[in-house]
Design a protein around this ligand. Structure first.
Ligand code: SF4
Length: 430
């Protein structure tokens, strides 16, 4: 199964120079290289023009078919397994609860985000549909086939939510509408809520309104970088990429107006060089606006411009996960927390008994994202092993068991008296 590939084995818990956080100076992306002319804009795929036939599994050793949205989309490995169109099993997960769909084109995404496996610079060595993204492969399938399978009986589907991820492409806005139309022709939005992971760079306010009018439930903006400087370094001019912090915030504000309270949010990646204070201040800002934050732990995606850098140390990640959960769902404010001179959380702003109860409940450490049918603070979008290998889980795609909680407390350095954890304890029974 994809997420258990040995080459994806995770880096150690500790970051650069044995630090327990990833500092800005260390987290500098490489510069993108030159792409040969024949590979630019999906040149190889278009020249061969191989006809797609049903399911295409990423394989860099064969000619990638000429597939394009809105007829074709890619979907996560977890979604393909859950849908039953690919064989395989996931470590400690029966299925995923979110059907994650990605627009696809031979030219791929025209942006060049430094941490992303789909970035434009990769066209030098890998066709778009063959690229890994958040650590896993994304098979390609006709959109109508997906909608038909789920539409046969949405209430019986294992999925609690469907999400369309836009990419940066001139056709992305109109094709998102077409993909959404194909879906709603088969599946009532009231039977399964829809999320949109937007691409603000090409969007106008009217596009946000159209997606809401068509039945979308939640609209998110992938800020990814927590500060304007980091954004520019990893998604803007720093890597010859077209995105701007200002435009992303413009569309985020449009989403707040159009989708309303609790129905919009932002994705943020932890550990790309921001401080814990900076990221939790942003989480607070989003909550004060009426939105939510969905967190990802930085993982050095193979083939990306940051694949030489350390994954976020688990200490930093757990502190931010816990702080974010308290702000998002527990009414704690960032100004009640205390931070050290490096911006690390030293106090979470809650009496120790209450904090213990939150940690023991485990929800703070599950994957964060748009909710499903279980509870507001349990994400349908569980993205199994999208930000870590199963051997060193960052976001738990399932309810953490007692042994997982012992590991989490060990990483937070908040063990209970008499409690211990040895590396690998959580893998022994599974
Ligand atoms: S816009 Fe999204 S898909 Fe495209 S390179 Fe950036 S993060 Fe990746």
């Amino acid at each position: 199964m994809t997420c258990l590939k040995p080459e994806n084995a995770g880096p150690a818990d500790t970051g650069a120079d044995a630090l327990d956080f990833n500092p800005y100076d260390v987290m500098a992306p490489r510069s993108p290289g030159q792409t040969p002319a024949e590979a630019r804009n999906g040149g190889r795929v278009k020249a061969a023009d191989t006809r797609p036939e049903g399911l295409y599994l990423p394989n860099n050793n064969i000619q990638t078919p000429n597939m394009t949205s809105p007829e074709y989309v890619q979907l996560s490995t977890a979604a393909a397994l859950t849908l039953g169109i690919m064989p395989g099993k996931m470590h400690r997960c029966g299925c995923t609860r979110c059907l994650n769909i990605l627009l696809t084109y031979p030219e791929g995404c025209r942006a060049n985000c430094a941490y992303c496996g789909l970035a434009r610079h990769r066209e030098a060595d890998r066709d778009y549909a063959d690229r890994n993204f958040i650590r896993v492969d994304w098979p390609s399938v006709p959109m109508a086939k997906i909608a038909q399978i789920v539409g046969e009986d949405p209430a019986a589907s294992p999925f609690h939510r469907m999400c369309i991820s836009m990419i940066t492409h001139p056709r992305s806005d109109e094709d998102t509408v077409s993909v959404l139309k194909t879906w709603t022709d088969h599946v009532d939005p009231d039977a399964m809520p829809i999320s949109i992971l937007s691409n603000p760079t090409t969007m106008q306010r009217s596009d946000v309104q159209t997606l809401r009018d068509m039945g979308s439930d939640i609209f998110t903006v992938a800020l990814d970088a927590a500060t304007p400087t980091l954004f520019d370094r990893t998604r803007g001019k720093g890597v010859q990429s077209p995105h701007s912090w200002k435009k992303y915030w413009e569309i985020l504000m449009d989403a707040r107006d159009i989708f309303g309270s609790q129905k919009f949010g932002a994705h943020i990646i932890v550990g790309m060089g921001e401080t814990e204070f900076e990221i939790l201040e942003l989480v607070q800002q989003l909550v004060d606006m009426g939105g939510h934050s969905h967190m990802f732990c930085f993982y050095p995606e193979k083939g990306s411009l940051m694949d030489h850098l350390p994954a976020t140390p688990r200490d930093q990640w757990r502190r931010v996960q816990l702080g974010r959960y308290l702000i998002d769902y527990f009414g704690v404010r960032v100004d009640q927390m205390k931070f050290d001179s490096e911006g690390r959380v030293v106090e979470f702003g809650l009496p120790s008994g209450e904090l213990d109860a939150v940690i023991d409940a485990g929800l703070a450490f599950r994957t964060s994202g748009c909710p499903g049918k279980f509870a507001e603070d349990i994400s349908a979008c569980d993205r199994p092993y999208g930000d870590s290998p199963p051997s060193d889980i960052a976001s738990y795609p399932f309810q953490p068991a007692a042994v997982d909680l012992r590991r989490i407390r060990h990483q937070l350095d908040m063990q209970k008296p008499g409690e211990s954890y040895e590396e690998g304890d959580d893998l022994e029974d599974y």
